[in-house]
Design a protein around this ligand. Structure first.
Ligand code: ZN
Length: 338
């Protein structure tokens, strides 16, 4: 009960990429980079296990960014043809690659690090993939009829990838859909359908992570515009509760999300974010325990998995792993009480 897990990413070692930066360039190249990515993956799995995390992830050590890590293995995306577009409904601008022809995977994208992670632990293993709606929100489109068409094309590629990951022994496949918090109507209209395409036929557990983003400047400014009560989840959760996705990951720590909204998830396992990723202050186990206890008022304890609010890629390793220890210790405290 109260198995702990993480939303996904962890900081990379300095020998792999510059710390504290999103989209940091790799510090190595060629064969040395390929080997270093796998070494970092095994290290991150070992560190999570040492911290007491039950369902560990590959830490996203082998990808530069949670979306573009998948795109580098997809034909039809031209990384040299970048367009400056507003993403997350113009929250910020980024130079995004362009889809110029029909999308096709050139081969397995994440198999190497999934194998390395699987071999490095007996714990359950989670693997994250970007969700279709979030992918298309960070791309320019010069080929598909419209963005839904493009999203469904990506969903089919994600399904191929997810089936391979499952075959390698991955226990949970999580789709990251921060865009669900921005385009709530579209999430209900077609975003969940796209997740169904991406997860079709999987026998392993499936999850979706929806959040308010890392603690980067653009996100902090956006959060200031959302007022005192963040109710975006309220629009998506009822539809998500009717979906075939089994787990929902959201942020609950130091957040203005009214906790009662998790009560809308009547049938799902809820990954309760009990670690604030927008702060470098390491939570105490007591604080983590308090967040979990508060969640049990709205969701049966059997359906709760304590988790981080979001990815931890931009943090220092010391801070990130300190937070993971607090997460495991806080969950252990509550486990003794129930
Ligand atoms: Zn997130």
């Amino acid at each position: 009960m109260l198995e702990t897990t993480i939303a996904g990413s962890l900081p990379k070692p300095v020998w792999l990429a510059k710390p504290g930066v999103l989209w940091a360039p790799w510090a190595l190249e060629g064969e040395a980079l390929a080997v270093a990515k796998l070494d970092a993956t095994m290290l991150s799995v070992a560190e999570q296990t040492r911290c007491g995390i039950d369902i560990v992830s590959d830490g996203e050590q082998a990808r530069q960014h949670f979306v573009h890590g998948f795109l580098v293995g997809v034909e039809g995306v031209d990384f040299n043809r970048k367009k400056r577009i507003g993403i997350r409904n113009n929250r910020y601008e980024a130079d995004c690659p362009t889809v110029v022809s029909a999308l096709r995977r050139t081969g397995p994208v994440h198999s190497a690090e999934a194998k390395a992670a699987r071999a490095a632990t007996k714990n359950k293993l989670k693997f994250t993939l970007p969700g279709p709606m979030t992918i298309i929100d960070t791309l320019a489109n010069e080929h598909y009829r419209d963005k839904v068409d493009m999203a469904m094309a990506f969903a089919r590629l994600l399904n191929e990838e997810a089936r391979e990951l499952e075959a390698l022994g991955v226990d949970v496949i999580q789709f990251d859909e921060p865009a669900f918090n921005v385009y709530m109507d579209e999430a209900v209209q077609w975003g969940i359908d796209a997740l169904h395409v991406a997860s079709e036929g999987l026998r392993c557990a499936t999850a979706v992570h929806i959040c308010y983003g890392y603690g980067i400047e653009a996100n902090i400014k956006w959060k200031e515009t959302l007022g005192q009560s963040w109710r975006q989840y309220e629009q998506v959760f009822p539809a998500l509760d009717r979906s075939r996705i089994q787990q929902v990951s959201l942020e609950c720590a130091a957040s203005k999300v009214p906790l009662e909204l998790i009560g809308l998830l009547k049938t799902k396992t809820v990954l309760v974010g009990a670690i604030d990723v927008a702060s470098d202050v390491v939570e105490t186990p007591e604080q983590v325990a308090a967040t979990i206890r508060a969640a049990t008022k709205f969701v049966d304890v059997e359906r709760i998995m304590p988790c981080t609010n979001c990815g931890m890629a931009p943090m220092s390793r010391e801070t990130a792993y300190g937070k993971l220890r607090a997460l495991a210790d806080g969950a252990a405290m509550v486990r003794k009480e129930v």
